[in-house]
Ligand binder design. Structure first.
Ligand code: PBG
Length: 332
């Protein structure tokens, strides 16, 4: 006996950590393949899938390899696929975004035909992959992003993506009024069935770095006139309110790990599902740290994904979605 012995009846939280079976039984949050969404890149006029230097394990796909990888991800049980396209030709207004034979629209149709209803096919709805200047909107006479002119382009893109077979449209451009504009256009065209995923809170982040390689972005400068300032938390709740009022079905917080506080606040306030995007730079940090032998790769991946669930995410967009879905299936 010494002064530090616990008295009879003292709280002992360690009891619930005593064995793997007890820990499993009392676990608050779990990862499910169905909660994971895989972002995928398809590049026009590519002959072989090309691995990204800044994202080892992630590829730019050809149409064929995209379909193959989409089927494999569906087989693994992922909840959805989020498609991004890299066109062969870009122009000032991003017209390949709404051309029916634009690469992203062709990819949506091909993937949807291959996976059917086995997983949910989604498309990024933003102009940045399609414009010659790399901005998420069209520019005005002085080269600034023109919010209201961009809304018109987004509605065209929405109708083209819906026509191609996308079930969820990911509005990631951060233009004011984008959710209302797209919802109105869809409903007017009789497409009340198409789901709008609104990037309610999207921050101007340094962690998007590898994504710029993935889509070969020509962007000079930054997106700070439309994406949120990382210094602001409260503003995310205003964006949430606006997106809900405009008719968002699901809302997103992006990036993930550096914004878990924002995710928790939005999750506490939102009456609709809240998703988060574990972005390219978050992926790269873990992959390169693991490659350097600094951290144990799969436990780090699973822990990072669990942190999203703990913060309140209903689903997570992650480049590890298919691999983790297989891992979770094997662990069962
Ligand atoms: C823009 C868009 C971006 C990402 C997804 N959609 C880049 C940006 O806003 O600069 C980044 C995703 C990632 O980094 O993984 N359409």
């Amino acid at each position: 006996m010494n002064d530090y012995t616990l008295a009879p009846g003292a709280p002992r939280p360690r009891r619930l950590r005593r064995s793997a079976a007890v820990r499993r039984l009392v676990r608050e949050h779990r990862l499910n393949p169905a909660d994971l969404v895989l972002p995928m890149f398809v590049k026009e006029s590519l002959h072989e899938p090309a691995e990204l230097q800044s994202m080892p394990g992630v590829h730019q796909h050809t149409l064929d390899s995209l379909v193959e990888a989409a089927v494999a991800a569906a087989d693994a049980g992922v909840g959805g696929l989020m498609l991004f396209g890299i066109p062969a030709e870009r122009d000032e207004i991003g017209s390949q975004g709404w051309a029916p034979d634009g690469i992203l629209n062709r990819a949506i149709a091909a993937v949807r035909a291959a996976v059917g209803e086995r997983t949910v096919v989604m498309a990024d709805l933003c102009l940045d992959e399609f414009t010659s200047h790399g901005h998420c909107g069209v520019l005005d006479a002085v080269g600034a992003v023109d919010n209201d002119a961009t809304l018109d382009a987004y509605t065209r893109m929405a109708l083209a993506q819906a026509e191609a077979g996308a079930e969820v449209l990911g509005l990631s451009g951060m233009m004011d009024g984008q959710v209302a504009a797209v919802r109105h256009a869809l409903d007017t065209a009789g497409r009340t069935d198409v789901i709008v995923l609104a990037y309610a809170a999207k921050y101007s982040s340094a962690f998007y770095g590898p994504f710029r390689e993935a889509v070969e972005s020509p962007l000079q400068g930054d997106r700070r006139t439309y994406q949120q300032d990382p210094a602001n938390g409260r503003e995310a709740l205003r964006e949430l309110d606006l997106d809900l009022a405009e008719g968002a079905d699901i809302v997103m917080v992006k990036p993930g790990l550096p914004y878990l506080d924002v995710l928790a606040d939005v999750a506490a306030a939102s009456p609709v599902p809240v998703w988060s995007y574990q972005i390219s730079g978050e992926y790269a940090m873990i992959e390169f740290a693991a490659r350097a032998g600094a951290i144990d790769r799969m436990p780090a991946i699973l822990e990072s994904l669990l942190s999203f669930k703990r913060a309140g995410a209903d689903a997570i967009l992650t480049y590890w979605a298919a691999e983790v879905a297989v891992e979770l299936g094997a662990a069962r």
